[in-house]
Design a protein around this ligand. Structure first.
Ligand SMILES: Nc1ncnc2c1ncn2[C@@H]1O[C@H](COP(=O)(O)OP(=O)(O)OP(=O)(O)O)[C@@H](O)[C@H]1O
Ligand SMILES: [Mg+2]
Length: 396
């Protein structure tokens, strides 16, 4: 069918035509934000899930929901090798400037902006990547110690006080939280702990890979009590069907039940894969309804597209040694796998793979569901490893 009208949207962070199966979580976050605004106790929420399950688009949708409800938000994505203060500072400035336009909040928002000036100047030595416009001179003693844990706490308190006078809340939306350095994570947790204790209307809604839970606990042992960690996984069958059938129907296209069943089987309900299969099934079919035969044909091109994008971008960032390690994991199947079994495949002692395994964890390729276990963070990556490194040469 005409690709011009194809509604499906595979891509990192690309909003889907139908955000299926996430209403409960959106409602949970909505309630937490409203409670925060009313200065009632509410936990910050960190959504964890594998690659491509829809964390980013959900975070963006929740942010839109919050903005529509009059909550002040800021949005940060933590790439590898950028410091948290550098990411937060410009976003916080924007939020505070917006708040300062409200008569009631002006004085306190300006005070927080002075705090931001002190924060940026004092921390510039340690975090050279901080670049932020300064609207006011620092206020001596406010967030300017040069110690991140202390200063971030001061700064969020000052920002929280401004939000409070405006009758709103400040919500920090942070994506890819697993890449934040441990001491920076600790500072963020402490600051949120402090604002929660003081019932200030500041809350975080974050997202990250499953290793995030462990990292949070390591950064601050009380983090597990302070946050909720809802898991985001593949879509349940009804939601997965809706994700495909509704956008098609909205475009006056039907899909046969057995065609839909085949899409569910092949994608296992993973959102990224659903979008890719939906897109290729649409392009392959000549006319409505999309048939099972169309989906069978489309599967090869959908998989090829994934290999060239979703899987490939991850593979290309790996060293030869890391590739061999993941290939050995793939040899064992979807996982999780015992580290000893992976080492056995490669014919060397477990200890010799410690550094490789750690690098793969910090690159966000694998994680450890339990001590000594290793699992992929990318769904179906085991099968991809077979396709991209076929045969047995990789063992040598
Ligand atoms: N609930 C959903 N229903 C249908 N499609 C979805 C849903 N959530 C996400 N998608 C689609 O899945 C793809 C991946 O979404 P997104 O980039 O948000 O995933 P992610 O979890 O952030 O992945 P990564 O860990 O790689 O950043 C996008 O093409 C998006 O349109
Ligand atoms: Mg994402």
């Amino acid at each position: 069918m005409n690709p011009v009208h194809n509604p499906f949207a595979p891509g990192a962070g690309t909003p889907p035509p139908e955000l299926a199966g996430r209403d409960d979580l959106r409602e949970t976050v909505r309630i937490a934000l409203e409670r925060t605004r009313l200065r009632l106790p509410a936990k910050s929420i960190l959504m964890v899930g594998l690659r491509g399950v829809g964390k980013t688009v959900l975070l963006d949708r929740m942010r839109d929901d919050a903005e529509t409800a009059g909550i002040h938000t800021l949005r940060v994505e933590s790439p590898e090798r950028r410091s948290l203060p550098a990411l937060l500072a410009p976003q916080l400035r924007q939020a505070l400037l917006r708040l300062s336009r409200q008569e009631k909040a002006r004085a306190l928002a300006q005070r927080a902006l002075r705090g931001l000036a002190g924060f940026a100047k004092a921390l510039k030595v340690k975090y050279a990547d901080i670049e932020v416009g300064l609207d006011f001179d620092p206020e001596p003693g406010l967030a300017d110690n040069g110690d991140l844990e202390h200063d971030l706490q001061d700064l969020l308190e000052a920002a929280g006080a401004a939000a409070e006078t405006a009758g709103t809340a400040l919500a920090l939306f942070v994506d890819e939280l697993q890449y934040v350095e441990e001491n920076e994570l600790a500072a963020l947790i402490t600051a949120l702990h402090r604002t929660a204790q003081r019932r200030q209307p500041v809350i975080m809604v974050g997202a990250g890979l499953p290793q995030l839970c462990g990292r949070m606990g390591k950064a601050k042992s009380y983090a597990e009590r302070l946050f909720d960690f809802p898991r985001i996984g593949p879509l349940a069958p009804d939601a997965a069907r809706l994700a495909i059938a509704k956008p098609a129907r909205d475009n006056a296209v039907l899909i046969d039940p057995d065609a839909l069943a085949l899409i569910l089987l092949q994608t296992q309900g993973y959102p990224y894969f659903l979008q890719e299969w939906g897109k290729h099934a649409w392009d392959t079919a000549d006319a409505s309804p999309i048939s099972k035969a169309d989906v069978e044909l489309a599967s090869a091109s959908a998989l090829a597209a994934l290999d060239e994008s979703f899987f490939r971008v991850r593979f290309d960032r790996l060293t030869p040694q890391e590739k061999r390690y993941l290939r050995a994991m793939g040899e064992l199947g979807p996982g999780p796998h015992r580290s000893g079994d992976i080492a056995d495949i490669l014919g060397r002692p477990v200890s010799s793979f410690g550094p490789t395994r750690n690098q793969l964890i910090s690159k966000g390729m694998i994680w450890s569901p339990n001590h000594g276990d290793t699992a992929f963070t990318v769904p179906l990556f085991d099968e991809f490893m077979h396709r991209i490194m076929p045969g047995t040469d990789w063992k040598n």
